[in-house]
Design a protein around this ligand. Structure first.
Ligand SMILES: Cc1cc2nc3c(=O)[nH]c(=O)nc-3n(C[C@H](O)[C@H](O)[C@H](O)COP(=O)(O)OP(=O)(O)OC[C@H]3O[C@@H](n4cnc5c(N)ncnc54)[C@H](O)[C@@H]3O)c2cc1C
Length: 453
């Protein structure tokens, strides 16, 4: 099957996919959601010999993945695997087996197979050489098409009919039911809803009695009321290598000034605490150390050599501070910067910023909460809905930024796809097991099967 339809069936009417489904003999699996988790599940299923349609309610696939590409696409991380897995916190035990079965190196090899070599950036984070998601996605969609995967865009998942069939809404608003041998749900969380993941699926699963931990924003930017001058001059500017502190929690990395406040890895890492503190006290104080590798004493000595009438701006610029850093110091101390070297050094190492709150789901990088791991078996099948599997950000896990989110989306997508293939009788239990090389590849195009996803 799959030879007679166009390779990128982004907007087939449901009649088209109905013909594909009913005409062929191979078992049919529906994947809902064309993000990384759903597409990877689809690939695993197609390689095992299933006929696969990916239903996606947006006009095109993987919009959040493409948006992640705008920030360089930090696809995974090279740190020690056990340390990597510990980043999933309370869910580490549940996510661990999936990441071990499809570890960071396998994801890097997957990228390389698709023509996108990866490189290791600062602090071990991994990026595609192009720093973008689009070349990778283009190659991947072409490969999926060769494997016979149909992407039915503008098809929204509405829930399940009483007989277990999928309820879908097609491109013209028509509602219809589609029975499937197995289903992989990969509808994402609820952050950045305009990119497609809206969290509406929680209703359908609640109705089916599946426990879903309420969805909440994670890895959010901090809201800071900048002065109009600072915002106009520095919106979009990076402030590199800072150490942020709130209470006893610290996080180090680069941050970016935005219209609403601050974004970036260290800000996201403290966002849960900032959210809690600002909700309790109305605001929270975030301390910024702009020279984390220089001691207070050393910085004081350096700042002591100053001509008597030299302005702050000239002096700090000559001392190696960027305009954005100087601006940030002024935001922290609007009454004026101190001339005393020790007081100035102390401000540089501990600049207090008033944080009014953190961004909500509409701008958060990821979603905490989701389908409880108690509800799924070791292959990610819902215990209360045999034949229905769950993958990606729908699951109840959270992780910091650094490539952990995408790695989990791929690893759980693969597990759910393989689980669904086994449910359909296409794989034996051993073949869904831990080693990627266990995966048979009945439909793989030659030379693209290194990891046999
Ligand atoms: C701005 C930004 C930057 C990011 N950068 C990174 C990064 O650098 N590294 C990293 O690891 N992670 C990053 N992430 C997070 C990462 O993109 C997500 O964790 C990942 O995309 C989750 O994959 P997923 O397949 O589970 O869900 P998604 O990518 O959200 O895909 C779910 C799909 O389901 C579709 N869908 C939803 N509801 C329905 C419905 N009812 N019917 C049909 N289809 C539906 C959606 O339209 C979507 O296409 C970033 C996120 C954002 C917002």
């Amino acid at each position: 099957m799959g030879q007679s339809h166009p390779p990128f069936a982004f907007s087939p009417a449901h009649r088209v996919e109905a013909a594909l489904i009913t005409d062929a003999a191979a078992p049919f699996c529906a994947v809902i959601g064309a993000g990384p988790a759903g597409l990877f599940a689809a690939e695993a299923l197609a390689r095992a010999g299933a006929r696969v349609v990916v239903y996606e309610h947006k006009p095109s696939p993987a919009r959040k993945f493409l948006m992640a590409g705008r920030g360089g696409l930090n696809i995974t991380h090279t740190e020690n695997l056990e340390r990597f897995i510990s980043r999933y916190g309370a869910a580490a035990k549940r996510i661990g087996p999936f990441v071990r079965a499809f570890p960071p190196q396998a994801l890097r090899d997957f990228c390389a197979e698709l023509g996108e070599a990866t490189f290791v950036g600062t602090s071990g984070r991994v990026f595609p050489a192009s720093f973008k998601a689009s070349p990778l996605l283009r190659g991947w969609l072409a490969r999926l098409a060769r494997l016979g995967v149909t992407i039915a865009s503008r098809h929204a998942f509405l829930g399940f009919a009483p007989d277990g069939a999928l309820r879908l809404k097609g491109p013209e608003g028509e509602e219809f039911a589609r029975p499937a041998g197995a289903v992989v749900l990969a509808l994402g969380g609820a952050s950045w809803p305009k990119l497609g993941s809206e969290g509406g699926w929680t209703l359908a699963l609640n109705e089916a009695g599946v426990a879903v931990t309420p969805l909440s924003p994670a890895n959010s930017g901090a809201l800071v009321e900048w002065s109009s001058i600072f915002r106009a001059d520095f919106e979009g500017q990076p402030i590199k290598t800072v150490l942020l502190r709130h209470g006893d929690a610290t996080a180090r990395g680069d941050m970016v000034v935005t219209r609403a406040g601050l974004e970036g890895g260290p800000v996201y890492a403290l966002s849960a605490r900032l959210r809690e503190a600002s909700a309790t006290d109305g605001a929270a104080t975030l301390f910024v150390d702009m020279r984390p590798d220089t001691s207070l004493a050393c910085l004081t000595r350096k700042l002591s050599r100053r001509a008597p009438k030299q302005s702050h701006a000239t002096f700090l610029k000559r001392s190696g501070f960027s305009r954005a850093e100087i601006g940030l110091l002024r935001e922290a101390r609007p009454e004026g910067l101190p001339r005393d070297a020790e007081a100035l050094a102390s401000l540089i190492k501990n600049a207090p910023l008033k944080v009014a709150g953190v961004a909500g789901l509409e701008r958060a990088i990821s979603t905490a909460g989701g389908v409880s791991f108690e509800e799924v078996d070791a292959e990610l099948m819902l215990k209360k809905m045999p034949g229905v599997f769950v993958a990606g950000e729908m699951l109840d896990f959270d992780a910091p930024t650094g490539g952990y989110l995408l790695q989990a989306a791929f690893a759980t997508g693969l597990a759910a796809g393989r689980g669904a293939a086994r449910y359909l009788g296409l794989l034996s239990p051993a073949q869904t097991g831990l080693s990627p090389s266990h995966m048979p590849n009945s439909r793989a195009p030659a030379a693209s099967n290194k990891y046999s996803v």
